[in-house]
Design a protein around this ligand. Structure first.
Ligand code: SF4
Ligand code: SF4
Length: 375
């Protein structure tokens, strides 16, 4: 019997940070021809070694992402290698680099999970205002049409930006025509800052593209009944854990993410140097079994965190986490004001906090949750 079975269930593989697009809101992209980044990327053999170890540890799903994963010249080789090991694959892509020959390849060796294509706009003007690459709209359109034609299952998702927000209905009409869509498309809108903390100017720009907490709630609750039902379900199951720990999410449980240069991360976003493990010097098993649990046990000494998040009944509902603190503040636990405001705006909408109240000061939170879930 293989004792390694089930040590890892899901693995994200970020093949490259480079991208053929240059999206206005992107947290990671580097130019397509960034030689310094390309030189540091793992080789084909290094990736195969990691994928083989993941298979030995029982991995069920591997998600190839980027940047744009199809930029890697060895994508097909790595993908085929993964599929031959019997691993289900998921691909996150902008679809721009899908050629007829590549679509045929995907039709012959389907990924077993639907490909996820992000759509940045319904028209050339809006799409290219986001992607900032002339010609990218036509390339994306060709890509999804080829997938459709070859019957390669895919779904679409979007990023809600000032350039395309008037096109939601059109986008959802498109989504409706895709046979593999079985729910409404998902949208990114509370954008992350640069995950490498490498571009302060772009960070300022990303902040301007973010929706306000109030507009975000209006959008999330546009189908009020469905939204309330989902929130009631969430709050009826949630246990409020008040403690000093900085991790209360699933990061590093049953998986992780390998970046383009072989650093193992607890999740796709968390790149704080103290939390990553170099796979060029160690093994996936050591990273997941020995390194991750030490990181996950960390407790906060940050007075703001201890005053607020450590005692906040919205913790878990709010998306504040170590990765977000890293991207905004360069540490693991300084609360992110924007996320705090979003959580409060939602909680006000749900009548869980009152105007002017702070969630960490609410003493009767359990009664309020009970009232809300039983309404
Ligand atoms: S297509 Fe994706 S990875 Fe590329 S720049 Fe846009 S958001 Fe970033
Ligand atoms: S709502 Fe604010 S205080 Fe509560 S967990 Fe989120 S960031 Fe922390």
């Amino acid at each position: 019997m293989n004792n390694n079975r089930s040590i890892i269930r899901d693995l994200f593989i970020e093949l490259t940070e480079r991208c053929n697009n240059d999206c206005a809101h992107c947290y990671i992209n580097l130019p397509e021809n960034d030689a310094a980044s390309q030189d540091k990327e793992l080789s084909t053999d290094e990736w195969k070694h990691i994928i083989t170890e993941a298979a030995d540890l029982g991995v069920l799903n591997i998600c190839f992402t980027g940047g744009e994963p199809f930029l890697r010249e060895d994508f097909k080789e790595l993908y085929y290698f993964t599929r031959k090991l019997g691993i289900k694959t998921i691909i996150y892509t902008n679809a721009c680099l899908i050629t007829p020959e590549f679509a045929e390849f995907l039709a012959v060796y389907p990924p077993l999970e639907k490909i996820e294509v992000t759509v940045y706009g319904m028209h050339r003007k809006s799409y290219e205002a986001v992607s900032r690459v002339p010609g990218s709209f036509d390339m994306y359109l060709r890509g999804i049409n080829l997938l459709r034609e070859k019957k390669v299952p895919f779904v679409v998702k979007s990023a809600l930006l000032p350039y395309n927000k008037s096109e939601i209905d059109e986008f959802e009409t498109l989504a409706d025509t895709i046979p593999w869509m079985n729910s409404l498309p998902v949208y990114a809108m509370f954008f992350d800052l640069r995950a490498r903390r490498d571009d302060t100017e772009k960070n300022e720009f990303i902040k301007k593209l973010r929706v306000s907490p109030e507009d975000g709630i209006k959008f999330l609750a546009r189908n009020k009944e469905k939204y309330l039902k989902a929130q009631k379900e969430y709050f009826s199951k949630v246990m409020c854990s008040r403690n000093k720990k900085i991790f209360f999410c699933g990061a590093g449980h049953g998986g992780g993410c390998v970046d383009a240069y072989g650093m193992l991360q607890l999740c796709l976003m968390l790149r704080h140097p103290d939390t990553v493990y170099d796979l060029r010097k160690g093994t996936l098993k050591d990273g997941v079994v020995n390194f991750f649990p030490i990181i996950r046990e960390r407790e906060s000494e940050n007075t703001e965190y201890l005053k607020r998040c450590a005692g906040c009944f919205l913790r878990g509902f709010c998306v504040q986490c170590p990765a977000k603190s890293w991207m905004e503040h360069g540490d693991l636990d300084t609360p992110v004001e924007y996320l705090c405001e979003i959580a409060h705006a939602q909680a006000r909408y749900l009548n869980l906090v009152k105007e002017g109240e702070k969630a960490w000061e609410v003493a009767d939170w359990q009664d309020r949750i009970n009232r809300f879930t039983n309404e």
